[in-house]
Ligand binder design. Structure first.
Ligand SMILES: [Zn+2]
Length: 99
């Protein structure tokens, strides 16, 4: 639609569009406020899009599936020796050594 034909100046059109976008973000913030707060307390990373929020625990960046056991934690029915049965390799906190 041509805004000039509808009688709306570009300034008014721009203001209405800006208000609609602002209202949309306010509604999104209100809808996701509780879970965003929970995620923030947990220290999760929050990704915000127009209608979607994504949450990610940054601790997952520290781990990788163990290649020896393919993440199962066991090889031939016994605990994996590399990851000690966890199935994950933690790069920040290596597994404790058994005595
Ligand atoms: Zn393993």
């Amino acid at each position: 639609m041509n805004v000039g034909i509808a009688g709306l100046g570009t300034g008014l059109w721009h203001a209405l569009r800006e208000r609609a976008v602002t209202r949309h973000w306010e509604l999104s913030d209100a809808l996701f406020a509780e879970i965003d707060g929970f995620a923030w307390v947990q220290g999760w990373a929050i990704g915000r899009r127009r209608t979607r929020h994504t949450y990610r625990d940054p601790r997952f960046d520290r781990v990788l599936a163990c290649r020896s056991c393919a993440g199962d934690g066991a090889v031939d029915g016994r605990a994996c020796r590399v990851c000690e049965g966890a199935g994950l390799i933690n790069f920040v906190e290596p597994p404790r050594r058994r005595r």
